[in-house]
Design a protein around this ligand. Sequence first.
Ligand code: MN
Length: 503
Amino acid sequence: MSDEVKDITSLLASPTKEDVALVEKAFQYAREHHEGQKRYGGTDHIDHLTATARILADLGMGPTTIAAGLLHDVVEDTPVTEEKLKEDFGEEIAFLVDGVTKLGQVAYSGARRHRESLRKFFIASSKDIRVLMIKLCDRLHNMLELKHCPEEQRLRVAKETLDIYAPVAYRLGIRHLSRQLEDLAFPFVYPKEYEQIAGILKSYQKRGDKYLNNFKRSLHKQLAKQYPKLQVFVDYRVKGTYSFWKKLERKKGDIDKVYDIFAVRVITENVEDCYLILGVVHNIWQPLPQRVKDYISSPKPDGYQSIHTTIFAGDGSIIEVQIKTRDMHNKAEYGIMSHVSHKKKLQLNRPSPNFIWLGNLIPFRRSKQRIDDHSNTPHWIKELVEYQESIPEDADFLKDLKKDFFEERIFVFTPKGDAVDLPIDSTPIDFAFNVHTDLGIHISEAKVNGKLVALDTKLQNGDIVEIKTSEKQTAKRKWLDIVKTTSARRRIQALLSPKKVRR
Ligand code: MN
């Protein structure tokens, strides 16, 4: 067995001989067919494939998905056809690979090819979510090597990562992945803003260990006195560059209003302990008034649970403290993947000093289960639901997953091929406001897929939307009944309200 395969299969929960043989076969096959192909950075293409497979394994995917991960470029970049792959690996793997394979250059070109490929990929993902997982892991590794890409591709890939893949990972609840995709893309899309943000965060990172040690020492001392049996795991995280920037924008650049740049996380076993720890923390440090948020008793709309409090750390600094159970933490970081087995930490090399790899903060509870590989999405989700008997409320989360993700959102495109992510039933007006406020205000006509349509037309997944504007046009009251997005509604209301006052 090759070292690469040994490394990948060591992450599987309880691999059978057949599992290992399948991964080995896929690895040898990929190596043979991609022979001589190099990446932009000069490494062999097979390294990209093993990296993708490794990330998949780390997220708890099974051997079929891992094999498909190794083969994901074989149809696109080598003479191997889909039929041949079907012969050699069977229908299931061929389907997964086809889902992430771009459409041929012959039938489509340029932006159209890209758009149609994306559309095909979404359809395949809605049939089998493993297609999506392969693509996300492929993208993560591509982002890690993006600096080697030709300049003209770089921006496009980074922008697409911010617009589509990071939000998609977030919606699957895999924040861990979403945050990395964002932080890898951010410097390419907004270089100036990134520089500024990274500078601020660096100083927090420098102080991080010192803060943490002081915090830990005081907390442990007090816990030993009051609750000697209580087990806690304490760590910290510095906010991701992209999410920090987003938050700073929301706070109109006032950094003093961003309290969670640096957050200490206290992780424990059960909910009662979370409240005990909150009491202990408030005993040691003065909390900021009105900053205690109990997301355990009232979770955030996306299911996030934790207790947040903000304290004066004593040296003039302010620290956010998050207290949660291990299950809450794992669910927040790994979403749908949080209950499958994880044996090891992901050991990707840190590509740059700016790359914040948070790793698995705490060991996953080991289970023998892993994702059933012989299933399509609904079955797969059902299996996952069954895994979670210990936490019944998770069942709803998973049941809603597909609905939220594939049925409640659509992706439409600008004529240039840029993707815009909108809620279902959005109209050309929502689209226009999403692209630019001016475009929304002055929208006079809309074309969908080249045809003139009414402004209240409901957009469909994959539509290409073209907006015509007229200076004379301005927001109309009846648009409030048409639009679906709150951002468009708010802007229209703002434009209309001065008139209301005058009347
Ligand atoms: Mn690839």
